[in-house]
Ligand binder design. Structure first.
Ligand code: CA
Length: 239
């Protein structure tokens, strides 16, 4: 194993899935270790050197959400990506609220998993670097000047719209649950229909086509995500 490789700890009790992930992630250049139980994962992470965690929520000795709470409570900062079954929507939301960064739903495509892992790493790097201007596609957000532009044209956001976008930018690429957003923006003193009104008005301003959002996307049953699109890449939507 390359000593400089990013070390992924796969916490998964299903040997077939664990083997599949070891092979796949290894081929992508990641260092991979497997923990089949939450207790082993806690011990391994406490020993240090784990850069990313891929976590199955259904573990034999502890609920995955409980494991996340313990890790975050103990100060662990690495990205945690959750593997969840399709029928456990509520569990997935609870895991995100507990401090997971993202999720993929089983049965998942390995390419999707790689993309989510790369996004988590980018987010981690951005947190460390804290670039003053955030860009996704044609949208640019300057947090020092409090300026938002779309394809170079200044947008006029209300203070609440700005705060909502700022929150999404701080967690760009990551899914934010309804509960997190409501907690951050209204101290929890509001509800999802109210949030939807702000999402809609923000989309009217920041989306080239508000009916088909390219940046502020809905994660059904979970919340919202600000997609990170390389401004020079091929994915830039036409404006
Ligand atoms: Ca399991």
């Amino acid at each position: 194993m390359n000593a400089a490789a990013i070390l992924v700890l796969v916490v998964e009790d299903d040997p077939a899935i664990a083997r599949f992930l070891r092979t796949g992630l290894g081929a992508q250049g990641y260092g991979v270790e497997i923990a089949g139980r939450a207790a082993d994962a806690l011990a391994r992470i406490a020993a240090g050197g784990v850069d990313l965690v891929v976590l199955d929520l259904g573990l034999p000795d502890m609920d995955g959400t409980e494991l996340i709470l313990r890790l975050r409570g103990g100060g662990a900062r690495m990205p945690i990506l959750v593997l969840s079954a399709r029928d456990t929507e509520a569990q997935k939301v609870a895991a995100l609220d507990a401090g997971a960064d993202d999720y993929v739903t089983k049965p998942f495509g390995i390419e999707e998993l790689y993309a989510r892992l790369r996004a988590s790493q980018r987010l981690q790097l951005r947190r460390q670097g804290e670039a003053p201007v955030f860009r996704t596609g044609a949208l640019s957000f300057d947090q020092l000047r409090r300026e938002v532009t779309l394809a170079g044209t200044a947008l006029h956001l209300t203070p609440k719209e700005y705060d909502l976008l700022a929150l999404l930018v701080r967690h760009a690429g990551k899914v934010l649950t309804h509960r997190m957003i409501l907690h951050e923006l209204w101290a929890g003193d509001s509800d999802i229909p109210y949030l939807r009104i702000y999402i809609r008005s923000l989309r009217q301003k920041i989306e080239p086509d508000p009916a088909r959002p390219a940046y502020l996307v809905t994660e059904t049953g979970v919340g919202y995500r600000l997609r990170v699109i390389d401004p020079s890449g091929p994915e830039v939507p036409s404006v």
